[in-house]
Design a protein around this ligand. Structure first.
Ligand SMILES: Nc1ncnc2c1ncn2[C@@H]1O[C@H](COP(=O)(O)OP(=O)(O)O)[C@@H](O)[C@H]1O
Ligand SMILES: [Mg+2]
Length: 308
């Protein structure tokens, strides 16, 4: 049999030239259906994106320090191909300030305080925005894989000082910062990631807690913090909240009038045990195909249906 000519590109980053392990079965599953797919590094200047009818964003995880280059790339690709998910969705989703839009739409998010770099916060102003007790998290609004994220103790002076330094360092290079209470049920219950394909629930996965302490640049040797995943059935309440979030998207996103090919809703329990949104991944989420029967087939069915 001749190799099918690739008209689909799976976009990855230079560090993962053969995709992330989770996505590798995609290539064979597509080939079985007669669809050739090339794995292509998103910022490789030699690629002519116009040769692909469709470009699927996968493990492009090295863009977080240069988000503008990445969003420019999504628009460039879209001039000659169909990008999945579309550039307008990526532009909205790449910065976690989208959580504000979802909160305004009445959806439950992790309570968040936002610090904009333009405001020139001094140490004292940052300090007064931290909670008075319990643990809290400082993280940039553009991130992936827990990069540049730290956990601090509100009632320990040295920990607060480290948190101030962390926030100032991010703000100093023009990055927007989020402060959240550390929702401690994560330590036992973990996080639930619910994957939706074409707006319909496909499967869910448990992610163990990831944050132990302050941000330490020396720890960040890889693209993402090691994640501890296992299969988990979402609760009815998690399913209901996640579906409400996914259903709200066409109304919130300009130019989006039908369900997105993929969406991942990451929920954690608040202190009362109710699920709240930590992150809505519409850009380059791991889809955890290996953790649920039929997950890969459902996704490939939906993808192939869009290639015609
Ligand atoms: N407010 C919080 N409470 C508990 N855990 C948190 C909180 N914020 C972040 N985390 C932990 O840090 C990880 C990364 O944070 P997240 O907001 O998902 O950013 P990203 O995955 O884009 O880096 C989460 O998976 C979770 O384990
Ligand atoms: Mg996350």
């Amino acid at each position: 049999m001749n190799e099918p000519t690739a008209r689909l590109a799976l976009a990855t980053c230079a560090e993962l030239p053969d995709l992330d392990a989770d996505d590798q079965p995609l290539v064979a599953a597509l080939r079985e259906r007669g669809v050739g797919a090339d794995v292509v590094v998103w910022d490789d200047p030699t690629i002519d994106w116009g040769t692909y009818q469709h470009v699927l964003i996968r493990s492009t995880w090295d863009y977080t320090q240069r988000p503008t280059q990445f969003t420019d790339w999504t628009h460039r690709v879209e001039r000659s191909s169909t990008l999945l998910n579309p550039a307008s969705v990526v532009g909205w989703n790449i910065d976690k300030t989208y959580l504000r839009d979802l909160e305004t739409a009445g959806l439950p998010i992790v309570p968040t305080i936002w610090l904009d770099p333009e405001r020139n916060f001094d140490s004292r102003a940052i300090h007064t925005r931290f909670p008075a007790f319990g643990d809290f998290v400082v993280k940039p609004t553009v991130s992936a894989g827990s990069r540049d994220t730290g956990r601090y103790q509100a009632d320990v002076t040295t920990s607060r000082s480290l948190a101030i330094m962390h926030a100032k360092n991010l703000l100093g290079v023009g990055r927007r910062v989020m402060i959240q209470r550390y929702l401690k049920q994560v330590d036992t219950a973990g996080e639930t990631a619910l994957v939706f394909v074409d707006g319909a629930f496909s499967h869910s996965v448990r992610k163990g807690p990831l944050l132990e302490g302050p941000y330490r640049p020396d720890d960040e040797t890889g693209l993402y913090l090691r994640e501890d995943m296992s299969p988990r059935d979402a609760t009815d309440e998690e399913l209901e909240v996640a579906q409400r979030i996914v259903d709200a998207l066409p109304g919130l996103l300009p130019g989006v009038d039908k369900p997105l090919l993929y969406a991942r809703v990451d929920l954690i329990p608040d202190d009362e045990g109710h699920p709240v949104l930590l992150e809505l991944e519409l850009t380059e989420p791991s889809l955890f195909f290996a953790h649920a029967d039929g997950a890969l087939e459902r996704f490939v069915d939906a993808l192939v249906a869009r290639l015609v």
